[in-house]
Structure formats: C-alpha cells, structure tokens
Write a protein that binds this ligand. Structure first.
Ligand code: GLN
Length: 368
C-alpha cells in the first residue's frame, strides 16, 4: 500500500470506489429516493480527536437505523441491562431489519438492532411525556456530535405515511405488553429518530465516541456511561448489519451499524470510528460501497478485532524487587530499619513500561 498520509490513503480509496454502482437507493420510504446515488463520503475519527474526511463527507442524510444504537444506550442508562433484556433480547435474528422476529410466547424482539427491537427500545425511555423524550434524545445526539441536530421533516412525514409495517410491529409489541406506553407516541418518536440528519463526519464521531468509552474525543463530553458501552458495541457486533452480521464480523471484525439512508459506522474500541456514506444499498439494506470500503480499510490496516499483531507480555515488566533487598537512601531510625527488614518482603515493587494486559498482569503481579 503506497501512501504519504492517511488522508491520501482515503482519497485513493474514494477514487477506487467512485465508479462502483452496485445496489439501489432505498425506495420504500419514498423521500429517500431523492438521494443522489453517486454520493460517496468516507470519514475516520480517532480517539485522540483527529478527523479525516474525503468526498461527500459533509452531505447530510437521515441516520435511519444507526439511531438504534443511540437509543439503546439511553434505554440501558434509564433501566439497566437486566430490565432492558426483559423487553428486548440480544440474539442475532438472522433475518431482515423489518422482520417481525419476536420470541414465541413472550413477544420479545430478538435484538435492538432490528426494527421490532428498536421500537420496543424507544418505549423504554424514562421521560414521562413524548416531548420530554424527544428533547432528551436530541440532547444526547448533541453530546455525541458536539452540535445541535435537526429532523428532516419530509423524510419523517414520508416514513410516517408509509410505515404500516412498523406500525403493525408496534401494535404487536403492545399486544404482548412489551410496549407499555401509547403505541402511536412510541412509533412517532421512532420515525423521528430515524429522520435525524447527520453527515459522514458525525457518524464517524459517534463511532469514535463509542471507541472512547462513551466520551466524545473532540469535546470531552460524555455521551454514554462507560459501563454500557460494551453492551452497545456487543449488539452492534452480533446484530448491527442484520442478516449480514455474521459475515461482517468474520470479514471486517468490528462492531458496526448501518442505516437505509446509506450510512455505515464501524468502531474499533480504544482506537477509532469509521463511517461511510453511500446511498445505494445491497439486498439486505446495507450500503453496498459502505460494506466494501469498510472491508478494505480493515484489511489494509489489520483492524479486525480478533487479529492480535503483537503481545506485550515480555516487554512490560522491566524489574521486580521487594524492599527488604532494595532500599531508598533515606536515613531511617533503628525501629524503621528493623521493620523494613522484617516486613519489607511484603512490599513488592514492579517497574513496568507499556500496557499491562491480562497476561502481563498475570505474569507480573500474580507471578505464574
Ligand atoms: N426508518 C427505517 C425503517 O424503519 C429504518 C430501517 C433501516 O435503516 N434499516 O424501516
């Protein structure tokens, strides 16, 4: 791979995929058809706040299903994992995003990344009124993105008018008492959250915030409590790309989420967020070029989570001693000297440099 900088790399990547025309812009929400099929944006944001972006990275589009990860995080904060799990499971459904995949008997949606699970998740937000729930949601987006967000009213209206299947799912969930609020209000907020406007840089920043344990790396503002980040990334890893999730984690190896607006965001925990915007979708409703470009970046930089390029075990520990053998030059009285020779063995000193991972910890501190 030849490149002078990461920006050049992204420019080359953009050029390589600019003419790829596979897939089709979503049409089941009529308003989405207005997207220019040629749009292609790529953005990467690192946990130390560097932003790299090329192509149509400033072009706004509706976030669609990527909103599901934000709302899921909010529901976890409001209810804790146990109560959320009672309402929405975390098993991949292996089915399309709009499947009515509910657990037989309980009516619990399979996971929060398909529409059924996402609609149920919206109903779990703690605020008492629809207006308060929307306000909090927009505030949370502001935390992730560092700026106010708007709702695309025509996309919202378009989905509201044509979203009969989602309405059917909502009422089914109400029937099983998975939804315990006013169903139409829940659906309305779901349609609104799908119509929130973002650009490719925003998406990469959402990714970087999740990679950074829930703290926006540019503003330093916390968007999601750290304890819930692994759960959000967990369902993204197993369910974020719908019925392509298995092949995705196999090939790309990063938790990710796509939306029918053409966005895809992938997260490498502790390192970066990657986003691609390209509105032509494959048969599963994932951005065609989004998938291909993420595959390429992952391969080119060895970003697959289950690929570990090095181990730091041997280099972390520089020396180890106890204070009965090695002492500082400080003058001590007799009593202190006696105590040190008697108990000094219990004071262990480890000189370490680098990241102390589990194995390093085991070898140095537990010494086996
Ligand atoms: N608003 C869309 C829907 O409910 C979201 C689907 C998606 O992005 N996959 O159908």
């Amino acid at each position: 791979m030849k490149m002078n900088s990461f920006f050049n790399y992204l420019e080359t990547l953009h050029r390589d995929y600019a003419d790829v025309a596979d897939g089709a812009v979503a049409s089941y929400i009529p308003e989405l058809l207005k997207a220019d099929p040629a749009w292609l944006g790529i953005a990467v944001v690192t946990v130390d706040g560097h932003v790299y972006q090329v192509g149509d990275s400033q072009q706004e589009f509706t976030i669609q299903s990527i909103s599901k990860i934000i709302t899921y995080g909010m529901a976890l904060e409001d209810n804790g994992t146990e109560d959320v799990l009672k309402k929405v499971d975390v098993e991949p459904s292996g089915e399309a995003f709009n499947s009515i995949s509910l657990e037989p008997g309980t009516g619990r949606p399979r996971n929060p990344m398909i529409n059924a699970g996402a609609i149920a998740t919206v109903s779990l937000l703690a605020e008492a009124t629809p207006a308060a729930r929307l306000k909090r949601m927009l505030d949370v987006y502001k935390r992730y993105l560092g700026h106010e967000v708007a709702i695309d009213d025509s996309v919202y209206q378009s989905e509201k008018e044509t979203g009969h299947r989602n309405r059917a799912i909502g009422y089914m969930l109400r029937n099983y008492e998975i939804i315990e609020k006013e169903t139409d209000e829940v659906l309305d907020l779901y349609f609104k959250q799908c119509s929130i406007l973002v650009n490719c840089r925003d998406l990469a920043l959402i990714g970087a915030t999740l990679a950074n344990n829930g703290v926006n790396p540019i503003t330093g503002v916390r968007a999601l409590k750290g304890q819930f980040v692994p759960h959000v990334l967990g369902v993204m890893g197993s369910c974020g790309m719908y019925d392509y999730s298995g092949a995705w984690i196999y090939n790309v190896g990063m938790p990710a989420k796509s939306g029918v607006g053409g966005g895809v965001v992938a997260v490498l925990p502790g390192q970066l967020g990657i986003a691609v915007f390209s509105p032509r979708l494959d048969d599963r409703g994932n951005s065609f070029r989004g998938v291909e470009i993420c595959k390429r970046i992952s391969k080119d930089f060895g970003l697959h989570l289950f690929y570990s390029s090095q181990t730091t075990i041997s280099t972390v520990l520089h020396s180890r001693y106890d204070t009965s053998t090695v002492r500082s030059k400080r003058n001590r009285n007799q009593e202190q000297t006696r105590l040190l020779s008697e108990l000094g063995k219990q004071v262990k000193v480890f000189k370490l440099a680098g990241d102390l991972m589990f194995t390093g910890f085991r070898k140095t501190v537990w010494n086996f």
